[in-house]
Design a protein around this ligand. Structure first.
Ligand code: UDP
Length: 325
């Protein structure tokens, strides 16, 4: 089976490519290398440097490769940035997805797995958050993913598109070959590990006055290998119907707990200061993932925060300068 991976040079897309290849799929990576790294694209995948904002570029890629399915990771994906730069999200993420969907439609590509987000649930009625939770995006980022989910719904009805929307909680960890390398780095776990590597002096905890036991935000960290195994299960099940799943471990950890776990793993004191809240951050996001477990037999391998951080620490120690080193 041939899979086009948009954003396959980025953190999650590069791991998707690695695992798809390992499982015998034929992969074409399409990435503009704005945030991704050419070095992160697995040998064995074909690669096109292209931008989804340019319809003719994605159209030519699809016409040439003739994929059976698409995994769509390429997007602006920072909650905080989306509060400062809403058009990067409400315009670019949305228009780029439309270009991809139009090109798929033009060439009869009928399956897509969308990387969606827990930021759809800024004001949940229940915790853990299940798939039937009301959608109230927490930021323009979350809104952009919610809009794209609705596109898929309508294209399924009008054109027979088969889709899965996978709402990630906090993707974390690394494989031996691929890890997290953003510039600037804004995510909690890689920032903490940069402190442990001596590349930063301290970590700032954004807010300690949330309505949580220790006052810092609680998130559900899911290892990227488990995340990608869910993508492959979803892809293989699409013939039996569309899928929408929340993906997490079902267990939340506060910012303070994540820092404490990283201190144990790295043996570094990791100094931490309190800083103001970051706009767009809900207090607690924990996934209810029973639906994918019962429907598809998904069985995450990494269930505690320490084992997840350990994989990230191995990768960051081996690649202190990320892909640039
Ligand atoms: N966070 C923090 N300090 C940082 C980066 C993140 O306190 O330097 C917090 C952030 O406010 C959130 C959690 O850590 O509550 C996870 O943030 P991250 O950016 O890693 O992922 P997100 O939840 O935005 O997808």
């Amino acid at each position: 089976m041939k899979v086009l991976v948009t954003g396959g040079a980025g953190y999650i897309g590069s791991v998707a490519t690695e695992i798809l290849l390992r499982e015998g799929y034929d992969v074409l990576v399409f990435d503009n290398l704005q945030q991704g790294h050419k070095e992160a694209v697995s040998e064995g995948a074909s690669f096109i440097e292209g931008d989804l904002s340019q319809y003719e570029q994605i159209e030519a890629a699809i016409a040439g490769f003739k994929p059976d399915a698409v995994m769509h990771f390429a997007a602006n994906s920072l909650v905080g940035e989306s509060m400062q730069e809403p058009f990067l999200y409400l315009n670019d993420n949305v228009v780029n997805a439309l270009n991809l969907l139009k090109a798929m439609e033009a060439h009869g590509v009928g399956k897509i797995i969308l990387s969606s987000t827990a930021n759809l649930f800024a004001d949940p009625l229940k915790m853990p958050i299940e798939e039937d939770e009301r959608i109230i995006p927490g930021s323009p980022y979350g809104e952009s993913k919610g809009i794209i989910e609705r596109f898929l719904h309508w294209l399924s009805i009008t054109k027979g598109l088969k889709f899965a929307c996978l709402r990630y909680f906090n993707a974390a960890g690394a494989t031996e070959l691929h890890g997290e390398d953003h510039d600037p780095e804004l995510h909690l776990i890689p920032i903490i590990l940069q402190v442990a590597l001596g590349q930063r002096e301290k970590v700032f905890m954004f807010g300690d006055d949330y309505d949580t036991p220790d006052g810092t935000c609680i998130r559900d960290y899911i290892h990227i290998e488990d995340l990608i195994s869910a993508h492959i299960l979803a892809l293989e099940s699409l013939d039996a119907g569309n899928r929408t799943y929340n993906l997490g471990n079902g267990k939340g950890f506060s910012v303070k707990e994540v820092i404490e776990a990283a201190r144990k793993i790295t043996g570094h004191p990791i100094p931490a200061d309190i800083a103001p809240r970051r706009a767009g951050d809900p207090a607690t996001l924990v996934a209810g993932s029973d639906k994918i477990k019962s429907e598809l037999g998904w069985n995450p391998k990494f269930t505690d925060i320490e084992s997840i951080i350990e994989t990230a620490w191995k990768w960051h120690s081996a690649h202190p300068d990320g892909y640039g080193g």
